[in-house]
Design a protein around this ligand. Structure first.
Ligand SMILES: NC(=O)c1ccc[n+]([C@@H]2O[C@H](COP(=O)([O-])OP(=O)(O)OC[C@H]3O[C@@H](n4cnc5c(N)ncnc54)[C@H](OP(=O)(O)O)[C@@H]3O)[C@@H](O)[C@H]2O)c1
Length: 328
């Protein structure tokens, strides 16, 4: 594969630093790596493949297609809204980790193993889904192909790293008995059914994102989906309990066999995976699959993943690698 030049926008953040690690781990052939963040980080040093790189300030001038052809954005929706269209208009292909463009009908929202075909040859802006959504998509896609989907319910148990450094610091702070500065209540010894802001419907924005993004990625605009999203005092690794109803009669052993042989998943037929098992690696771990006898053709499935890796950085780098293959 030819080498490409890449920029990371938000390179000093939790996802940004993981981008750097994942680019190393997946041995992506990079020529030059440009690191961009806010003015306060300019001059910071970061090591990539043994080479010391200097963080630069993100400005419109810094988005130079002569320097890089791809940009991985992870600096929040406001930064993406302002800078990603500028980069894309100059021919730089942006993979954006924020929520800014996910529900724009013109912009593909991609989990590469599920719907990479949504990306067209001219697309210069591609959205990476929400972390808790990403980890559910492949198992749902396998189920959809075998039996069709008629309803999906999610209950999430989301780690504080999902809020970036401020979330991790608030867990550490409140574990010491200090008052929270980031979450609305102490996250230590607690569960908060409150991720992102509340909407008029009574749902939180995180819950709405999971519902909307699931329908878009699976290309099932009418699929009934419901979610309750909960922040839990886990440092890293999101867990999601899914309850899924299929259109056709459900054959659970057949589904188990299909999930166990799907690349990107590790299926536990005995025991169960936890957030600690998922943290630091790229697979989505599945377990506790069982029939839900309270409703026809319905099953439960437990899923865990590293929300910073597969839930953010790894998914984006996998999109990048597929684009490199296609556009070489
Ligand atoms: N954490 C997760 O599990 C996760 C998963 C999926 C998606 N995301 C999304 O990814 C994005 C970043 O999340 P994170 O957890 O990495 O947050 P974070 O740890 O708070 O990092 C934020 C990054 O954005 C940079 N930044 C902030 N304002 C900027 C500006 N005006 N110009 C340039 N850079 C700026 C910061 O640079 P400085 O250090 O210089 O301030 C830092 O590099 C968010 O949109 C988030 O929703 C996060």
């Amino acid at each position: 594969m030819n080498k490409i030049n890449v920029a990371i926008v938000g390179a000093t953040g939790m996802v940004g630093r993981t981008f750097i690690q994942v680019l190393e781990d997946l041995e992506v052939p990079i020529g030059e790596l440009t690191l961009l963040a806010s003015e306060k980080s300019a001059g910071k040093k970061v090591v990539f493949r043994g080479k010391v790189l200097t963080v630069e300030t993100l400005t419109e001038e810094a988005l130079d297609p002569q320097r890089f052809q791809y940009a991985l954005f992870s600096a929040g929706a406001g930064v993406s809204l302002r800078f990603a269209p500028v980069a894309a208009s100059r021919g730089i292909t942006v993979i954006d980790n924020s929520s800014a463009f996910r529900m724009d009908p013109q912009i593909p929202l991609v989990v590469p193993e599920v719907n990479f075909s949504a990306v067209g040859p001219q697309d210069h802006l591609i959205a990476n889904p929400n972390c808790s959504t990403i980890q559910c998509m492949l198992a749902l896609k396998v189920t959809q192909e075998l039996f069709g989907l008629s309803r999906v319910l999610y209950t999430t148990y989301q780690a504080v790293s999902g809020s970036g450094y401020r979330g991790v610091e608030d867990l550490e702070r409140t574990l010491k008995g200090e008052a929270p500065q980031f979450y609305p209540q102490p996250i230590a010894d607690n569960c908060l059914p409150h991720i992102d802001v509340f909407l008029d419907s009574g749902c939180t924005k995180e819950e709405q994102k999971m519902m909307d993004e699931t329908r878009k990625i699976l290309d099932l605009p009418g699929l009934p989906v419901s979610a309750t999203c909960v922040r839990v005092p886990v440092k890293n690794g999101h867990s999601v309990a899914m309850n899924v109803t299929t259109e056709k009669p459900l054959d659970l052993p057949l589904l188990a066999k299909a999930l166990a042989s799907t690349e990107g998943l590790r299926f536990y037929s005995e025991g169960y995976p936890t957030a600690r098992d998922a943290s630091g690696q790229d697979l989505v771990l599945l377990g506790r699959m069982r029939r839900d006898d309270s409703f026809p053709n319905t099953f439960h499935l437990w899923t865990v993943a590293d929300n910073i890796r597969k839930g953010a950085a790894t998914n984006a780098v996998q999109i990048l690698m597929k684009l490199m293959e296609e556009r070489a």
